[in-house]
Write a new protein. Structure first.
Length: 577
């Protein structure tokens, strides 16, 4: 924007800054120290998910100040606001996890309401923890304003006995402790060193997966997600993001010009090749829904199936986000995908340049340690696989990164649990058997409510050395830190009358990640009879409040567990009102 440009005839902020009728509104801006020149400039919302809940969000406030500097440098007027987060690491393993997925949609809703209520012209969104990243990106696409996303950065790895450690190791140590293989003193030492700084969990768990997505989908500046949260270099990306959004505003490049079917496919590629979180299979369809694009779990999994897995990151591999950054980050990964013709290069990005133009400027190459060359991948198919069958007509998803081909097939009798707590108690008491398929149902988006992650249970299994000796399926979710043969997002969920709600102990279940099968050895007639005998959804404790409201609105996991009709039903675009 040119300095002194006060033509707001097509910008939302004209509704609060232009003309005699807006004198009361302008008086509020003067009360906050704004000058007339600043009131005349475009207003840019700078939204953060800062809070003191966890290290993932604690550095966002500092970075937001740098974003505001960038907006000011480019002759915009930044207006900072905050929204909620529910941090999964804190919410994990208890009732608080029911709030996690619901918070994604609450974040999108609150950012939308703030932008609409105050008539901001563009948006820079900063997020740090799992659900805040897709929530912020959903808001950008829903509003369809010029938008730039920036990740708060990852945590530094802890060090213990010469090895890197992460919070995943602490969760798994709980299982070792319960099994008598880890002392109280060892656990106390580990919990004190595992998380040494600000930032989101360091492995390729959900936060870092969605941070990689933000670059690949085009909403974030290239390489902006890589530097760990404590690095002062993150501030340079924040300043640049503030400047970039003003460039997008000048060129009228909006979020839906960036987020297209092609860019969603690019995003799915980055998840697959990095062995990313299964939660991307939920969040990508939700972002697509905001743009009115058909891109469901099966579309995501089709991309996963034919994308090589070549970035060696935890939990399936050895390295953490800091290592990926030092090896060249997302740009080098995307450059490898480009070599194989697996990237749509004509997609627009936050810089105002295309992905292809951005990648042409990248000098780095695969280091063959963290980032393998695409010609010699770790495995030839993606680290995340979609499943389908008579047990999951609307699909399911499993992370196979780090698993051998032999480990990707499992057949065994069902051991059915009505909720995660029951399963966790059985695991803690070791009252399950090798070879069983543990079934945790009534944990879907509506039935939970909230589609909880099962990291406490899966980590306990791994800690007991049983992660490869049993399988687990659920209509809930798994953390990006989950290891083992763990199938999530089974749909339809039990509360919606899905087959997972009809299972009984001893039913023989087959999971085959090589062929994409999730089935139970029951005939169609037997399944129909069980449905007829079904007593209906399990009652929950949540008969009022936000989670009750969420359960009434939320749809199935296949389409992203969304809570409103999406842009297909919209009758106006916010920017054009």
């Amino acid at each position: 924007m040119q300095k002194g440009n006060s033509d707001k005839s097509r910008l939302p902020s004209r509704h609060v800054t232009v003309g005699p009728a807006r004198a009361p509104h302008r008086s509020y801006f003067y009360a906050m120290g704004l000058t007339q020149e600043e009131i005349d400039q475009p207003f840019v919302g700078v939204a953060t998910c800062w809070n003191e809940a966890a290290p993932c969000n604690i550095a966002l406030n500092r970075q937001a100040q740098s974003v505001k500097l960038g907006v000011k440098h480019a002759n915009g007027t930044p207006r900072e606001f905050t929204t909620i987060t529910v941090t999964d690491g804190i919410a994990m393993g208890h009732e608080g996890m029911r709030s996690s997925l619901a918070s994604r949609d609450a974040i999108a809703d609150t950012v939308e309401l703030t932008m609409r209520g105050h008539c901001y012209d563009a948006l820079v969104g900063l997020a740090g923890c799992d659900k805040s990243l897709p929530g912020m990106m959903m808001a950008m696409v829903r509003l369809n304003v010029p938008s730039v996303f920036i990740y708060g950065g990852s945590i530094l790895p802890g060090r213990l006995n010469g090895e890197d450690v992460t919070v995943q190791d602490v969760f798994e140590a709980v299982g070792k402790h319960q099994a008598g293989n880890f002392s109280d003193a060892e656990l106390e030492i580990l919990e004190r060193v595992a998380c040494p700084s600000a930032g989101a969990c360091g492995g390729q768990f959900t936060a870092n997966t969605m941070a990689c997505v933000s670059e690949a989908i085009g909403l974030a500046l290239m390489n902006s997600s890589g530097a760990p949260a404590p690095y002062e270099s993150r501030d340079q990306y924040s300043v640049a993001s503030g400047e970039a959004v003003m460039n997008l505003l000048a060129k009228d490049i909006r979020a839906r010009d960036v987020v297209t079917r092609k860019s969603l496919e690019n995003a799915a590629r980055i998840v697959a090749c990095t062995g990313g979180s299964t939660n991307a299979g939920l969040h990508l369809p939700a972002i697509a829904h905001e743009a009115g694009i058909d891109f469901d779990l099966f579309d995501v999994c089709d991309i996963f199936r034919d994308t090589p897995y070549f970035v060696d990151l935890k939990p399936g591999g050895k390295y953490v986000a800091k290592d990926l950054f030092e090896s060249g980050g997302v740009p080098v990964v995307m450059k490898e995908l480009k070599k194989a013709g697996l990237i749509h290069e004509d997609c627009m990005t936050a810089s105002g340049r295309t992905i292809g133009e951005e990648l042409d400027m990248i000098k780095g190459e695969a280091d063959e340690r963290v980032i393998y060359s695409i010609g010699s991948p770790i495995t030839k198919t993606g680290g995340v696989v979609g499943l389908r069958g008579n047990l999951a007509p609307e699909g399911a998803i499993v992370k196979v990164a780090g698993m051998s081909e032999a480990e990707q097939v499992f057949t065994g009798p069902a051991r059915v649990f009505e909720c995660e707590e029951d399963a966790f108690e059985a695991v803690k008491a070791r009252s399950y058997k090798e070879g069983e398929v543990l079934v945790i149902r009534n944990e879907g988006p509506a039935g939970g409510p909230g589609m909880r992650e099962m990291l406490a249970t899966t980590a306990a299994l791994s800690g007991q050395g049983m992660g490869k000796k049993v399988a687990l399926i659920t209509d809930g979710r798994f953390s990006g830190a989950t290891r083992g043969f763990c199938v999530g997002h089974v749909g339809p969920e039990a509360a919606h009358g899905g087959p997972i709600g009809m299972l009984k102990d001893g039913d023989v279940i087959t999971i085959n990640a090589r062929t994409g099968e999730l089935s139970v050895a029951l005939t169609d007639a037997e399944l129909v009879q069980r449905k007829a005998d079904w007593k209906g959804p399990r009652e929950t404790l949540y008969a009022s409040g936000a989670l009750w409201k969420y359960a009434q609105l939320v749809g199935g996991a296949r389409l992203g567990a969304v809570t409103h009709p999406g842009s297909r039903a919209e009758r106006h675009v916010y920017m054009d009102l």
